[in-house]
Design a protein around this ligand. Structure first.
Ligand SMILES: NC(=O)c1ccc[n+]([C@@H]2O[C@H](COP(=O)([O-])OP(=O)(O)OC[C@H]3O[C@@H](n4cnc5c(N)ncnc54)[C@H](O)[C@@H]3O)[C@@H](O)[C@H]2O)c1
Length: 386
């Protein structure tokens, strides 16, 4: 049976996932696309389009929806999709506030259709291999994890557009770090209990402007009209040149030094889980290079892994022995895990199995990021909400 998809949100993530993953799957067909601003309709010739997502949900040909709209719109669209009994694949995070997450938990707990959240790393081969090694006892019992996200495209991906204000994204812990926090939850296989975190806006926003210009920058300043965009290290044009990021003409270009920016660009989070495992995590959004790395300490050894080399090393504690696992699989045009995530969604529709990234796991990941932000804001340790 072909699964007929409606796509809601055709921005950076939506159009790519729709074109490269859903459209290329032999099990799926896209019957309608939607974007509130009418973006990228031209990439879907011959497919019905609309600027109102209700048209997608009212369309009886649509079996499943892929939701790739900004984070603070997820609950509204999910709830409307539930009312029309669609299978739902929604981008991460679940939502941006505790109230909306609680409402989703209530409505979705007995939902008869599939609900999956796009925590795509759970599906990526290297991350799955690490999970498999941990479950097999390769390092004994997991005791502690260090994890870090270095992001060299922070200015490019998070500080030129909607991600940069708490009103839209809540925090980059919820928007970006949530992937790694979710992976930590998965590897630790327990529920966060105590959370303490620190955060600062040190390089972008007003602190960056004061250092660079000696004064604040008007919220109306955009790279396209800025007189120094040729030389500014954070202008969209320069980022594209210097960091070989494929810049698109439509890319949002609000100045990364605007004073409206109120999310942190650096975070440290410590978590104690119910099973006693401890996590120490750092997010750096002005990194010199990209890397997501995990160092996992077990009772019998240590496992290290990063998603640039895709090399997993397992060190034995009592023997002079290192096992190396190398993932050489290359995704063509897709991101690691994209294809496998869709396959899990399809399998869940076909068999009724629970998706790997489900309501429970995505709730825990989203709440962990929210608790970490509360710890920063309230300067205290937070007992994790469940
Ligand atoms: N899993 C991943 O690797 C990954 C990567 C990037 C983004 N994301 C997630 O995907 C989602 C979208 O992010 P993005 O970077 O594509 O953002 P974006 O701003 O590039 O695109 C969002 C699109 O949604 C449209 N939109 C907004 N409100 C809408 C509505 N009510 N109805 C229909 N369309 C609407 C906008 O016009 C825009 O084109 C976010 O939740 C983000 O967290 C996930």
């Amino acid at each position: 049976m072909t699964i007929r998809f409606g796509i809601i949100g055709l921005g950076n993530r939506g159009y790519k996932y729709a074109l490269r993953t859903i459209m290329t799957s032999k099990d799926c067909e896209i019957v309608m696309v939607c974007d509130a601003l009418g973006k990228n309709f031209d990439l879907f010739p011959g497919i019905a389009n609309t600027i109102d997502y209700h048209d997608v949900l009212d369309n009886h040909q649509v079996d499943a929806v892929f939701i790739a709209t900004p984070d603070d719109t997820h609950a509204e669209i999910i709830l409307a999709a539930v009312a029309q009994e669609k299978h739902i694949l929604c981008e991460k995070p679940l939502e941006v506030s505790r109230e909306k997450i609680a409402e989703l938990q209530e409505v979705l707990k007995d939902y008869s259709k599939v609900f999956e959240v796009g925590y795509v790393l759970r599906y990526a081969r290297s991350f799955q291999k690490v999970k498999e090694l941990l479950v097999s006892g390769a390092i004994g019992e997991v005791k502690m994890i260090n994890a870090i996200d270095h992001i060299q495209y922070g200015g490019y991906a998070y500080f030129h557009d909607w991600h940069r204000t708490r009103a839209k994204s809540t925090s980059l812990l919820l928007q970006k770090a949530t992937h790694s926090l979710d992976i930590a939850n998965w590897y630790i296989d327990s529920v966060p209990q105590d959370v303490v975190a620190f955060g600062r806006l040190s390089t972008m926003g007003k602190p960056g402007a004061l250092k660079k210009f000696g004064h604040e920058v008007s919220p109306d300043l955009h790279c396209r009209i800025c007189t120094i965009s040729d030389t500014c290290e954070e202008s969209i044009q320069n980022l594209a040149k210097e960091k070989r990021i494929q810049w698109s003409d439509q890319w949002p270009d609000s100045c990364v030094f605007n004073s409206e920016i109120d999310v942190d660009d650096q975070n440290s989070v410590m978590v104690q889980y119910e099973n006693g495992v401890q996590l120490s995590y750092q997010l750096c959004l002005f990194g010199a290079y990209y890397k997501r790395a995990f160092q996992i300490f077990g009772s019998m050894g240590e496992l290290t892994f990063d998603d640039v080399t895709n090399e997993i090393k397992v060190y034995h504690r009592l023997k002079d022995e290192v096992m190396i696992y190398q993932n050489n699989h290359e995704e063509i045009q897709m991101e690691p895990g994209d294809e496998e995530q869709l396959a899990d969604f399809i399998l869940a529709i076909q068999t009724g199995k629970e998706p790997i990234s489900n309501l429970r796991s995505s709730t825990l990941a989203s709440l962990l990021a929210l608790d970490a932000q509360d710890s920063i804001d309230q300067h205290k340790m937070i007992k994790q909400s469940k």
